[in-house]
Write a protein that binds this ligand. Structure first.
Ligand SMILES: [Ca+2]
Length: 367
């Protein structure tokens, strides 16, 4: 007997309780003809911002640092084949400016052992992306200290600096970096591919009190964290408070002009047989009868099955998981896996199938 597979689409919803925050995008800077930041060293071309020295950078001073943050920018002109082995080329540095008497901040005394430090760089010796994150314990002592600096060597409360992945750089192509911070994780992607990740301990949720961001280099120690690439150029910098995005469903219903019971997750005010939450989670236009984004299940080449669907929202906004049962009546659903692979525009999940009749559900809920 061939196993039978059924797919059921199920939306389990939790209503978002929190009101919409006042501001979503904290800083947005196209960097084409000027900057909303502070020019360290560099110039603007038709392409974007060009750091013109080892210390070249734009400095941004966001009014606060969100616990859930997204920072993105585009870069062109990276040439991995010409980089020297002793180059640590920094794209970005972040620190708490308490105690920085005069900018530019220095590596020793300001940056190296800051209570909060993040830098994103390219390692010349290994030709890969690496980041360093330091996050202090979130104590009153740390938050009220006049200088956000640990002091002596290796006295940091916590830090992590694993190597990441290599990128196949084409010097004529733009690459889009995105860094997403959650309270217990930070993740870096280039063109939506994950290249670096670190967890952050729950005991160290420190956020910079006076956050500063350098784009183009970081406070350097010789060649370490300098700007090294002659033709490198930056554009489209954006810092977003993701807390605001986490309430995206409320915004979405507002944008569709929905209110009252029509704005509920399980409602179908446009009558297209899809709930509001299904449309939101799978990126289906409200009022549309297009079904291409819905989950599809089919046999895969390796003998198992594959489920694919369009993930309309970030993981920080909607949780997606596949569950299975052999008995619809008992309703004893178990999670198959929550690890999804990117396959073009779709998310794909592969799994094997035993000989029992089995039912599957794609479950998604607002976070
Ligand atoms: Ca609908």
């Amino acid at each position: 007997m061939n196993p039978r597979v059924l797919l059921i689409l199920l939306a389990s919803a939790t209503i978002s309780q929190v009101a919409i925050a006042e501001q979503r995008v904290l800083i947005e800077d196209a960097l084409i003809s000027g900057t909303v930041g502070i020019l360290g060293n560099g110039a603007h071309s038709a392409d974007g911002f060009k750091p013109t020295s080892k210390d070249g950078h734009i400095r941004y001073e966001p009014r606060y640092w969100p616990a859930w943050a997204s920072l993105e920018f585009e870069v062109k002109g990276m040439q991995s084949d010409t980089g020297n082995e002793d180059w640590d080329h920094a794209f970005l540095g972040i620190y708490d400016a308490r105690g920085v008497e005069v900018e530019p901040a220095q590596y020793w005394g300001n940056f190296r052992e800051n209570y909060y430090r993040f830098n994103l760089h390219w390692r010349g010796d290994r030709r890969l992306i690496k980041c360093v994150i330091i996050s202090a314990e979130d104590t009153e002592e740390r938050r009220s200290a006049p200088i956000a600096y640990h002091g002596g060597d290796d006295s940091r409360d916590w830090y992590n600096e694993p190597n990441g992945q290599a990128v196949d750089w084409d010097p004529d192509k733009w690459y889009r970096f995105r860094i997403v911070w959650k309270p217990t994780e930070v993740r870096v992607t280039v063109d939506n591919k994950e290249i670096w990740k670190s967890s952050i301990p729950e005991t160290n949720p420190y956020l910079p009190v006076e956050p500063r961001i350098w784009l183009g280099s970081a406070p350097r120690n010789g060649n370490k964290y300098a700007n090294h690439f002659e033709n490198i150029v930056y554009r489209n910098f954006k810092l977003t408070d993701m807390q605001y995005e986490a309430h995206g469903f409320d915004l979405w219903t507002e944008e569709q002009g929905l209110s009252g019971t029509d704005a509920e997750v399980g409602a179908d005010p446009d009558g297209n047989q899809l709930t509001n939450l299904t449309e939101f989670a799978l990126g289906i236009e409200h009022g549309s009868h297009d079904r291409t984004n819905l989950p599809r299940m089919r046999s895969s080449e390796n003998g198992g099955y594959e489920l694919s669907f369009v993930k309309g929202q970030e993981d920080t906004v909607v949780a997606y998981e596949l569950v299975s049962t052999t008995d619809l009546e008992s309703g004893d659903w178990t999670v198959i896996s929550s690890t999804l692979a990117v396959d073009g525009d779709r998310m794909k999940l592969l799994f094997s199938q035993d000989r029992e009749t089995r039912f599957y559900r794609l479950r998604y809920k607002l976070k």
